[in-house]
Design a protein around this ligand. Structure first.
Ligand SMILES: *Cc1c(COP(=O)(O)O)cnc(C)c1O
Length: 224
């Protein structure tokens, strides 16, 4: 099956109110253009270097979400030209980064949409905020004028059977609903980003409205 056929199939399959985000790490501008031509509206990039490489060809034909580490790429990410391009950062997991991001966005006159990344399985080597610390971080970020929290994102642990990830998605959805019901000022709980190629069906069943799919769209990733 071609990339375009895979996208069309996925768009037919997933509910209309769920955003199919194409996770584009290692993919070329040409491949990204192809998925946009058949209806993809959001591209997820993990690396600032790759975003810079493909952006000049793709430009604003889709929205750009950053889904990579804000820790290892902090300095690249906080560059004016990069922040101008990005529509949403899905991987906010600490206040210090949020504070600096807010300052840069103030200079730019931009309000950056962000999601809080939840480390739903509490894996010490992975990014994301532990579930019990999410509410506190959301409340702190709510005071920053040039960042708007619009929901949560989670990766979940690597599992052998896809079904084993369900409880982590459910936990994240619970947190999402709790925060939504708190009606915190300047917080707009709209997006729940969870599920990848092997787990998007389970994620949608558990309430995701953004799924981030790479392999099931583009095929296996090329080795770098
Ligand atoms: C690579 C990646 C995906 C997509 O993974 P696939 O298994 O290829 O669908 C989704 N989210 C993030 C954060 C990723 O890095």
């Amino acid at each position: 099956m071609s990339i375009k056929e895979r996208v069309k199939g996925l768009l037919r399959e997933i509910p209309k109110d769920v955003i199919l985000e194409a996770a584009a790490k290692t993919r070329t501008a040409k491949e990204i253009d192809e998925v946009i031509e058949v209806g993809i509206k959001v591209i997820g990039e993990n690396y600032v270097s790759e975003l810079k490489k493909v952006y000049p060809d793709v430009k604003n034909k889709a929205k750009w979400h950053f889904i990579g580490s804000t820790k290892t790429q902090k300095h690249d990410l906080l560059k004016r030209k990069v922040l101008e391009i990005i529509d949403m950062i899905e991987t906010i997991d600490n206040f210090d980064f949020a504070f600096e991001l807010n300052k840069k966005c103030e200079d730019l006159g931009k309000v950056m949409l962000v999601l809080i990344e939840v480390n739903s399985a509490k894996e010490s080597r992975k990014s994301g905020v532990y579930p019990e610390n999410v509410v506190e971080l959301v409340k702190k970020i709510s005071k920053l004028s040039n960042i708007k929290v619009t929901g949560l994102m989670t990766m979940g642990p690597n599992v052998e059977r896809s079904e084993d990830i369900r409880s982590y998605f459910r936990l994240t959805k619970g947190l999402f609903s709790d925060i939504k019901s708190m009606r915190i000022e300047n917080i707009d709980m709209e997006f729940l980003s969870m599920g990848m190629s092997d787990t998007y069906k389970i994620a949608i069943e558990e309430g995701a409205n953004i799924v981030r799919i790479g392999t099931a769209i583009f095929g296996p990733r090329r080795k770098k």
